[in-house]
Write a protein that binds this ligand. Structure first.
Ligand SMILES: CC/C=C\C/C=C\C/C=C\C/C=C\C/C=C\C/C=C\CCC(=O)SCCNC(=O)CCNC(=O)[C@H](O)C(C)(C)COP(=O)(O)OP(=O)(O)OC[C@H]1O[C@@H](n2cnc3c(N)ncnc32)[C@H](O)[C@@H]1OP(=O)(O)O
Ligand SMILES: CCCCCCCCCCCCCCCC(=O)OC[C@@H](O)COP(=O)(O)O
Length: 383
């Protein structure tokens, strides 16, 4: 193991990274709060500012994946469609098997210049996450409790809000579109959830899936209906990792390199049925196709279609280095002052602060772990 790789595994490096992420995150949240008075006066400007602030936080984890862990992403897609990515609004349908699938999604978004504005249908619990969840609140992320009767009004309203989201605003990053991510399975894949959902499939006389949970169809149908005229296509995305890698966020922090492969098929929105039952059947068929792609991938190690690596852009790294320098300078000054003062109390307070930051970020990383996945989709307790 080389020196650099050894350094990447050291707690001190992790503390510095976590400190930078957490403190910059709190500052970004503070700046987002400062935009509140702007919303009633100029909503679009407030949104633009919040997208840039969101980019500044989210892209730090993209930099961690790309530059710290050296992870290399590969896209399998039709070259004709490739030129449209980042230039049109789309609904993304993605499998939910991996602890860092959201991070891979962000990386692709960054490469197509749409990271700042992209959204997701997310479980309500994520809105309470410090820093990240608070940031999403200002980015108008769509949160649901995963109970349709309670969700439907807010869900439709949140989708309608996205219809006039500002476009063509990212001068330096050339973002002209936004993606809306839907994990139709509704929760992450576990053996038990898979068994239960296949019992549901059997009752509904639907073919069994091997690599996916049975998709929940209501959210997809409502999203398609409410975003007609706003989004141009559905991107059917299937993600897997080479060599049976089981990536984790802690692994990324430790500098482990992963090899995600993403297969993207572009489906024009007009081809998706408007009727709820037909749309639901269409989605079930889509998941049967996705399941076949995953099965083939497990046999051959690749998806169909030509491979392309979308070029990596420097903004995420520049932003990350900028925040790190800005925040390390006062930290170093403080540490020097502390040592000079010789005050045990101040030293203890600083150690306690660093420990709190590290425990806080470790807890957030824990939220990405599949072993801590909710019990949603298993019997007895459907939440
Ligand atoms: C070119 C670039 C390409 C790619 C870039 C890729 C991606 C990046 C894009 C954007 C990134 C942006 C941001 C991402 C950032 C971070 C966030 C990351 C992740 C957060 C994700 C989550 O939080 S996932 C959890 C929340 N999301 C969802 O739940 C969505 C899916 N669910 C739905 O849509 C549901 O329909 C619903 C929640 C809206 C409503 O659910 P409900 O169950 O109430 O109703 P349904 O009608 O859907 O379901 C009821 C029927 O289901 C049957 N049933 C019962 N048990 C099960 C079971 N275990 N499995 C399956 N089905 C079951 C039940 O029988 C009912 O059937 P009926 O016939 O009676 O209706
Ligand atoms: C430089 C940055 C270093 C530190 C990075 C810390 C980043 C923490 C980011 C936390 C973001 C959490 C997003 C988690 C998304 C996710 O995967 O949610 C799961 C849900 O879909 C389904 O939940 P479940 O039903 O429990 O399976």
């Amino acid at each position: 193991m080389g020196l650099v790789q050894w350094l990447k595994g050291q707690l001190l490096c992790h503390l510095v990274i976590c400190y930078g992420f957490f403190v910059s995150g709190l500052l970004i949240n503070l700046l987002q709060i400062c935009t509140l008075p702007l919303w009633p006066i100029n909503k679009q400007l407030a949104r633009r500012i919040n997208c840039k602030l969101g980019y500044s936080l989210t892209s730090q984890s993209v930099a961690l994946l790309e530059w710290w862990s050296g992870t290399e992403v590969t896209l399998y897609t039709d070259p004709e469609n490739y030129r449209l990515y980042g230039k049109e609004n789309a609904i993304v349908v993605l499998n939910h098997n991996f602890e860092i699938d959201f991070l891979c999604g962000w990386t692709f978004c960054d490469r197509f210049g749409v990271l700042g504005a992209s959204k997701c249908l997310a479980k309500k619990e994520l809105s309470y996450l410090p820093v990240i969840g608070w940031m999403w609140y200002f980015l108008e992320m769509v949160f649901i409790k995963r109970k349709w009767e309670e969700d439907k009004r807010n869900f439709v309203q949140s989708l309608q809000n996205l219809r006039d989201y500002p476009e063509n605003f990212w001068v330096s990053h050339q973002s002209t579109s936004q993606l809306f991510l839907l994990h139709c399975e509704g929760t992450r894949f576990t053996e038990e959830k898979h068994r239960v959902s296949m019992e549901v499939a059997e009752k509904k006389s639907l073919p069994k899936l091997k690599h996916h949970l049975l998709p929940r169809t209501k959210g997809f149908w409502v999203a398609v209906q409410n975003l007609r005229g706003t989004v141009a296509a559905v991107y059917c995305c299937t993600l897997n990792f080479r060599n049976n890698e089981t990536p984790t966020l802690l692994g990324v922090l430790n500098g482990e390199k992963y090899h995600p492969d993403l297969y993207v098929r572009r489906i024009p929105l007009e081809s998706i049925p408007e009727d709820e039952a037909e749309c639901s059947a269409w989605l079930h068929k889509l998941y049967q196709e996705k399941d076949k792609f995953q099965e083939d991938y497990s046999q051959t190690g690749c998806f169909p279609g030509p491979k392309v690596t979308p070029p990596c852009r420097p903004w995420a790294l520049i932003n990350w280095l900028g925040w790190t320098c800005l925040l390390l300078y006062p930290l170093c000054l403080l540490l020097v002052q502390l040592v000079n003062s010789g005050s045990i109390l101040s030293i203890l307070a600083t150690v306690a602060f660093c420990a709190a930051v590290s425990v806080g970020v470790r807890w957030m990383i824990g939220q990405t772990e599949i072993k801590r996945s909710s019990s949603y989709g298993v019997p007895l307790n459907n939440k």
